[in-house]
Design a protein around this ligand. Structure first.
Ligand code: T5A
Length: 215
């Protein structure tokens, strides 16, 4: 079944954990599903991911934006479109809303420029549903730190940003969810992981049933 679902949220919000659980759930239902991510869902994307998260000095804001766009264009061409065309459910850890939240609301790049670039990079491929895992910034960063170890040198460039930046990103995601209520489902990611997974799974199940019934 061709369904495109994206997972968004700040650092440490639990996207990877939830996607893995939903992938397992769908495979138990014999529903073919592909788990992928941005940046880094292709070989080229992995190179771009390394540049984005580690190269010093950091890319300027425009270069950073164009690298995310290049990663996404390749991801769509090589992975997302072919999977959707073959009737697979695609579960992507981040997609275009991350660019709006981080580069737009976080870095201050013009939303109008982002919208034009989005049209070019994605040919307007939009998710059928976006699950936003929302939680306080401090909690997300603490979880990300615990997972990577307290050594701040191993943090990615984004994790090391100021609290103010992360607050702007979180608020950006919430604004996007408010503007697109038909596509977004906002989940309280401060809950225990099993509760977050149950809530996310019920949204995915409902969408898949709806899609199957509309055929
Ligand atoms: N970026 C990306 C942009 O700026 N623009 C863009 O266009 C795109 C696509 C990617 C960075 O790039 C930026 C955003 C990012 O900063 P990344 O390493 O892929 O970098 O970072 P994240 O996507 O943020 O991945 P994380 O692994 O940090 O976060 P997840 O996947 O949301 O969290 P997860 O599942 O790994 O969980 C983190 C820890 O918390 C625990 C987990 O067990 C794990 O240890 N946990 C919970 N603990 C308690 N209760 C819960 N409910 C929990 N949920 C998870």
């Amino acid at each position: 079944m061709s369904v495109f679902i994206t997972f968004e949220g700040i650092e440490g919000s639990g996207k990877s954990s939830v996607i893995a659980a939903i992938g397992k759930f769908l495979s138990e239902q014999n529903c073919p599903a592909l788990q992928t991510r941005e940046p880094g869902g292709t070989e080229l994307g992995q190179e771009i991911r390394r540049i984005l998260l580690q190269t010093t000095p950091a890319p300027c804001h425009l270069a950073e934006l164009l690298l995310f766009a290049a990663d996404r264009a390749q991801h769509i061409a090589q992975v997302i479109r072919p999977a959707l065309d073959s009737g697979t459910v695609v579960l992507s850890d981040r997609y275009a809303d991350s660019t709006l939240a981080y580069q737009g609301y976080g870095r201050g790049v013009s939303l109008e420029l982002l919208s034009r670039l989005h049209t070019i990079a994605t040919a307007d491929l939009a998710p059928d549903m976006t699950l936003l895992l929302d939680l306080p910034v401090q909690t997300g960063l603490e979880r990300a730190a615990l997972r990577r170890g307290e050594d701040q040198a191993s943090w990615t460039r984004f994790e090391a940003e100021t609290l103010e930046f992360h607050e702007a990103v979180r608020n950006g995601f919430l604004v996007l969810a408010q503007k697109n209520p038909q596509r977004f489902r906002v989940i309280n990611a401060s809950q225990p992981l099993t509760d977050v997974i149950n809530e996310a799974t019920s949204h995915v199940e409902a969408l898949i049933k709806l899609t199957a019934n509309s055929r």
